[in-house]
Write a protein that binds this ligand. Structure first.
Ligand code: GLY
Length: 294
C-alpha cells in the first residue's frame, strides 16, 4: 500500500460581468514570498487598469490581450519577456501565442531568442498564413519588423537560474483573456518556460493546450507545461463551453480531472456570456480581474 497522498491545493474564483471583461495572470506555482507576491499583485493591477481603460474606450479584445501581455513581458517580476527564466544552458528562449476568438485564428512563436517581446511576433503572425514559427522563423520575422536583437538577461534571472538548476523551480508565465464591448473574445500567453528546463524544451504556451479562444470562450493557462499539453487544457475547456456547459461547469469538471491526475496548473477564462473564472491546482496563482477591480 502506498503512502497517503497530501491533499491537492485548489483555488476557484468566478463571477459574471458585463463587457468589457479582462483577466490577467502572472503564473501559477509555488507560493512566492509575501513581498514578491505584493509586488506582482500591484504590477498586475496597474497593467490591468491601464488596459481595461482602453477596452472601455472600444479597443478590441485581441488588441487588448496583446497589449496586456506585452506590458507583462516588460515587467521583470514575471517569467516572461524581461523576467524570463533561463533554460539549463543559460539562454532565455521565449514562447508566446495569441488567439483572436472572433476569427478563431491562433498564432505563436516558440523558443525565440535575443528579444523581449515574443508576443509582438505572435501578434504580427495574425496577419500571415503561417500560424506558428520556431526560433529561426522568429529571428527572420523580428528582422522583417525591424526589431533589433536585445537580451532579456537580468542579474535576477541569472541568480534564479542558478537556484533553479538546483531546485527545479517550475513557476511562471503571464497571460490575458478579454471580452470586448462588441462581444469578441481573445487570449494571449507568454513564457520563458519553467526554470532551468532542458535546452529547447517547448512549453505549452504557444500551443492550443495553453492558449485558446473562439466566439464561445477564451482561456490562458499557466503551470507545468507538459501536463497542460497532456490534458489539452485550454482547448478542452473551450470545447466543453462550445458544447453547452457554462464556463463554471466546464471549469469544475476540468478541476476534478486535474485533481485526480494530481496536476499542477491553472487557468483564467472568460466566456461570451461575461462569465469568468480563475482556477488552479498549484499552491498559488497570481491574477487580476476587471470584475474585482470595479
Ligand atoms: N506553462 C509554462 C511552461 O511550462 O513552460
Amino acid at each position: 500500500m502506498g503512502l497517503p497522498q497530501p491533499p491537492m491545493p485548489i483555488a476557484l474564483y468566478h463571477g459574471q460581468a458585463l463587457p468589457p471583461v479582462l483577466l490577467l495572470h502572472g503564473g501559477a506555482g509555488s507560493l512566492p514570498d509575501p513581498d514578491t507576491q505584493k509586488r506582482r499583485q500591484e504590477a498586475l493591477a496597474g497593467i490591468g487598469a491601464a488596459v481595461l481603460a482602453e477596452l472601455a474606450q472600444g479597443l478590441s479584445a485581441v488588441a487588448a490581450v496583446a497589449l496586456a501581455v506585452e506590458k507583462l513581458e516588460d515587467c521583470p517580476l514575471f517569467n516572461a519577456g524581461r523576467g524570463a527564466a533561463l533554460q539549463s544552458d543559460g539562454l532565455a528562449r521565449l514562447s508566446a501565442s495569441l488567439m483572436d476568438g472572433a476569427r478563431q485564428k491562433f498564432s505563436g512563436v516558440m523558443l525565440a531568442t535575443h528579444l523581449i517581446h515574443p508576443s509582438r511576433l505572435a501578434a504580427y503572425l495574425q496577419s500571415r498564413e503561417e500560424s506558428v514559427v520556431g526560433p529561426l522563423g522568429a529571428q527572420l520575422i523580428a528582422r522583417e519588423l525591424g526589431i533589433p536583437p536585445q537580451s532579456p538577461l537580468t542579474q535576477a534571472a541569472i541568480e534564479r537560474w542558478a537556484r533553479a538548476l538546483a531546485e527545479k523551480d517550475r513557476s511562471g508565465t503571464v497571460g490575458a483573456v478579454a471580452l470586448d464591448r462588441n462581444g469578441r473574445l481573445a487570449a494571449a500567453t507568454s513564457t520563458g518556460g519553467s526554470g532551468a528546463n532542458f535546452p529547447e524544451r517547448v512549453s505549452d504556451s504557444a500551443t492550443v493546450a495553453g492558449n485558446y479562444a473562439s466566439s464561445y470562450a477564451a482561456i490562458s493557462s499557466t503551470g507545468i507545461g507538459e501536463q497542460i499539453v497532456d490534458d489539452g487544457l485550454a482547448v478542452r475547456l473551450e470545447t466543453r463551453v462550445r458544447d453547452g456547459q457554462s464556463l463554471l461547469a466546464a471549469t469544475q469538471k476540468t478541476l476534478e480531472e486535474a485533481q485526480s491526475l494530481r496536476r499542477r496548473y491553472g487557468w483564467i477564462g472568460v466566456a461570451r456570456t461575461g462569465d469568468w473564472v480563475v482556477a488552479c491546482t498549484a499552491e498559488a496563482i497570481a491574477w487580476w480581474g476587471s470584475d474585482r477591480a470595479l
